[in-house]
Design a protein around this ligand. Sequence first.
Ligand code: 9MR
Length: 517
Amino acid sequence: MSLVKRCRPHRSPGLPVLVVGALALAAGLAGGPASAASQDTLHDLASAQGKYFGSATDNPELPDAAYAAKLGSEFGQITPGNSMKWDTTEPTRGRFDFAKGDVITDFAQEHGQTVRGHTLVWHSQLPGWVGALPSTEVETAMTDHITAEATHYRGEVAAWDVVNEPFNEDGTFRTSPFYNAMGKDYIAKALRAAHAADPDAKLYINDYNVEGKGAKSDAMYNLVSDLLDEGVPLDGVGMQAHLAIQYGFPYQMQANMQRFADLGLDVAVTELDVRMQLPADAAKLATQSSYYAQVVDACLAVERCVGITVWDYTDKYSWVPSTFPGEGAANLYDDGLAPKPAYAAVRTALGDDGDDDGGDDGGDGGTPGTLKALYRANDTAAGDNQIKPGLQLVNTGTAPVSLPAVTVRYWFSGDNGATTYGSWCDWSPIGCSTITHRVVAASSPKSGADHYLEVGFTGGTLAPGAATGEMQLRLSKTDWSNFNESDDYSHGTGASYADASKVTVYVGGALVWGIEP
Ligand code: 9MR
């Protein structure tokens, strides 16, 4: 029904474009959040959007007081990295040891956190005695293990990764003592046993390389569809999301999540990290930031994506360097527990506005003198069905600014008609492919400003004194009904670029330019 009317981009060759070439780490951003004292935590920000934000942890890390303090304060959910696995909890048949897992559930209870139990049935970290069993005994051993562990943690674990990593990369079932003994039926049997032991826990199948569409996620989709058809107790799919910048971002992650959600399942990002080949540099960290932000964006866009867990929050305790020699720097915080650019990018993606109230409601002061916004109306028809802001950013500070940490808001009112929007970038000298844009409903709607067009960046650095050059942006309602732009907060009529105090700019979620409505 809606005809997408594309505007012809109009270039402005006379405008100075000093931009972006070499990427350099913006010193002021590597240190993370702009306001330290009482800012929202990642979990506060996620909670404001109906999600949790968690981290894996492991027992040997907890005596590190600085680490434990941040683990207990910044995250609302924790997953034991190792201490609920079979080799720890039942190293000898029938002799259970939940001491290490109990340390994790105690920590969570002391800090008001939920726990994802990880994991009941997995081919790895499996004690030797399981593999040595005659195949006729494997089912009983599996059921006994699940029953004992899920019963022990009943009421303390909100969700279980009941079955972990059942697939090969090509979508065939991975062989394991369980598959060898029972075929794929081991999965349904495991889920039924877990449900019997803890009927309130959410039960998941968890795997890696199922974040995007492909053979492996198709296999997962077919499996969970069949299980649901058979009435097997299954609540969700865990997407581990061990990403690597050298392999690209998962193909159609949001749509992939949505197809599982459309089956009536929850989706969780269970083990997120984004590794790179070492040494890290500013360009790689910027790409990493955009990967983290894209995962957050995908989860926020899918209602049944319940939350995100990072596979530990600091490079100090990452599993990556020992598994992938020469790779690392995969986490949100560095070895010294300082937040990296990805931390700011995640905050921004979660809707941080620098206030301490769980997200975006506008209203804080900001720090002038870092970036400024210029605006011109690329549109002389203030009553038609499209809004066409031309925007530019200029770095007015003395330090380079990492663009993935930056967002810009053009505030407008939707007027009557559809409440859903499309947005476009028609042209920019920095390339529309590096510019992200979406329309967001303001959480504190004001007259003339019940929505804003949010502009962000997937990469690049703005050197001191440099400008992005113009970004020709456009938005419309999905029903193509008309706007009355003349009362829009950010709207102006100037045909030349000029400083625009009613276009607001944020770095790491903190307001640095403009006045919010
Ligand atoms: O983080 C875990 C690491 O400490 C262990 O050495 C490793 C052994 O396999 O398991 C790591 O966690 C894995 C998780 O349980 C399942 N998905 C992949 C994770 C990283 O290997």
